[in-house]
Design a protein around this ligand. Structure first.
Ligand SMILES: *[C@@H]1O[C@H](CO)[C@@H](O)[C@H](O)[C@H]1NC(C)=O
Ligand SMILES: *[C@@H]1O[C@H](CO)[C@@H](O)[C@H](O)[C@H]1NC(C)=O
Length: 426
């Protein structure tokens, strides 16, 4: 998070899907607002014309009676004005709702000053940049941060003293915010305090450090050191790392492991001179990133809701264990939604080069329907199945349900630039 990002446009707006029902309600409300305004317009424009003055006015221009009737009319007018104002407020609300987001109101006094400073637009010191045409830098936080309860959490998160040690009392706060689609996190100006356990421990040199990181093993399985995976298969769904590398016929040099836990995959790849970046979250406050770094590997703190911070077609290999379901992060809607899966899969496709490999490793399908959805999507993307294994075994924990595991190595096709690639067209 230490980098300065130049956000020209606000890339973090998240839009809600308008349902058919809510669209109908919006239309109805718009219509009602419109007719009220029409009626008001009519009342105003027609009143001054003499012909429109009520009959009793013209026939009884007497002072007392006229004034009484005028006050009745002015009562009506003020009623209409109030109605118009209410309609405008409603219209404003509808507009916000249709746009799909709320924005942080930086004029609110309850907002911590550090957050206001962070969100303020900064003019470029040398004026307009000729190449991009921009004149100021804009820091962004997701619009979801403005909503309750994220807004309260954000205010708490941003209440700190600049240049002083960062507060550590609520160490799960960042994770809670990210889980509410509030990112990037805007805390940028305090001194971080690493866990005492990792302070000043000497590191072994690389390759030795892979399996002796000199840091406390944070967990088990993919969340801790595992020396079996990809070298000693436990089931037919486990592929050998060397077999997969052979499928890439020597062209696998850099890779991305999504949701890679303690980075065992990157460690095995490093032994084979393949550089792998591991995205890993601080699950339950466990210091996963610190651990991966202690192994001499590259940790990337990245929530599943984010677009991958890499340019198109850069990786030879993308590896994912169960990240597919995390693709349905809160901000992307329910995990079971096909769209949530597509946001994720199309992004994998984007960062993978043509001819590169996507290794879907032991993906635990929630049910057969899910398996079919994933299969269909991969086929629509036109990937070549180099390996494809569906394993079923009885779920040990629950009553007689079978677990479906899908493992596959798929090769991204070369697509011509002009080829229209809407999956529906295929
Ligand atoms: C309005 O004018 C009518 C006719 O002159 C009169 O009868 C009536 O009392 C007036 N109303 C008021 C509220 O003064
Ligand atoms: C990795 O690179 C080093 C240095 O170039 C080389 O000595 C070693 O054999 C390579 N290892 C593998 C598995 O290719």
């Amino acid at each position: 998070m230490g980098s300065v990002s130049l956000n020209i446009r606000d890339g973090t707006a998240r839009f809600r899907r308008a349902t058919l029902c809510s669209s109908a309600v919006h239309l109805l409300m718009l219509a009602s607002v419109f007719t009220t305004n029409l009626f008001a317009l009519y009342a105003f424009t027609s009143a001054p014309s003499p012909s429109a003055v009520p009959a009793f006015f013209r026939h009884h221009p007497g002072v007392g009676g006229g004034r009484g009737n005028v006050s009745v009319i002015s009562d009506h007018v003020s009623l209409i004005v109030r109605e118009i104002e209410a309609s405008e407020r409603r219209l404003h609300m509808i507009e916000r709702e249709l746009a799909g987001y709320d924005t942080l109101d930086t004029s609110k006094p309850s907002l911590p000053s550090e957050l206001k400073l962070f969100l303020a637009h900064h003019p470029l010191p040398l004026g307009r940049d000729a190449r991009s045409g921009i004149t100021e830098m804009v820091a962004s936080v997701a619009h979801s941060c403005a909503r309750s309860p994220a807004a309260e959490l954000l205010a708490r998160y941003m209440s700190y003293r600049p240049a002083a040690p960062c507060p550590t009392d609520e160490y799960l706060l960042p994770q809670k915010l990210v889980a509410k689609a509030c990112e990037p996190l805007p805390r940028r100006r305090c001194l971080s305090r690493p866990a005492a356990s990792s302070a000043a421990i000497p590191r072994l040199s690389f390759a030795q450090s892979l399996w002796n990181p000199g840091a406390k093993n944070p967990g088990a399985g993919i969340y801790g050191i595992d020396k079996q995976m990809w070298v000693k298969p436990r089931s037919k769904n486990d592929f050998l790392i060397d077999d997969v590398l052979a499928l890439g016929s020597g062209g696998i040099r850099i890779g991305f492991d999504i949701g890679g836990g303690a980075a065992n995959f990157a460690a095995r790849m490093a032994e084979r001179n393949v550089t792998v970046v591991t995205s890993t979250l601080e699950i339950g406050g466990k210091p996963m990133n610190e651990f991966v770094a202690a192994r001499g590997l590259f940790p990337l703190l990245l929530s599943p809701a984010q677009r991958f911070p890499f340019y198109d077609s850069v990786f030879d290999l993308v590896h994912a264990i169960n990240a597919l379901d995390e693709g349905g992060a809160p901000s992307l809607g329910q995990a079971s939604r096909t769209e949530a899966l597509e946001f994720f899969m199309f992004d994998i496709d984007r960062v993978l080069r043509a001819g590169g490999l996507f290794w879907l490793d032991n993906y635990l399908c929630a049910d057969d329907h899910r398996k079919r959805t994933v299969t269909r999507l991969l086929e629509r993307l036109g990937y070549k199945k180099l390996k494809w294994v569906v394993g079923e075994k009885a779920d040990a924990s629950s009553s007689g349900k079978t677990q479906i595991r899908l493992s596959a190595v798929l090769q991204k096709p070369a697509r011509s630039r002009t080829e229209s690639h809407s999956p529906e067209n295929r």
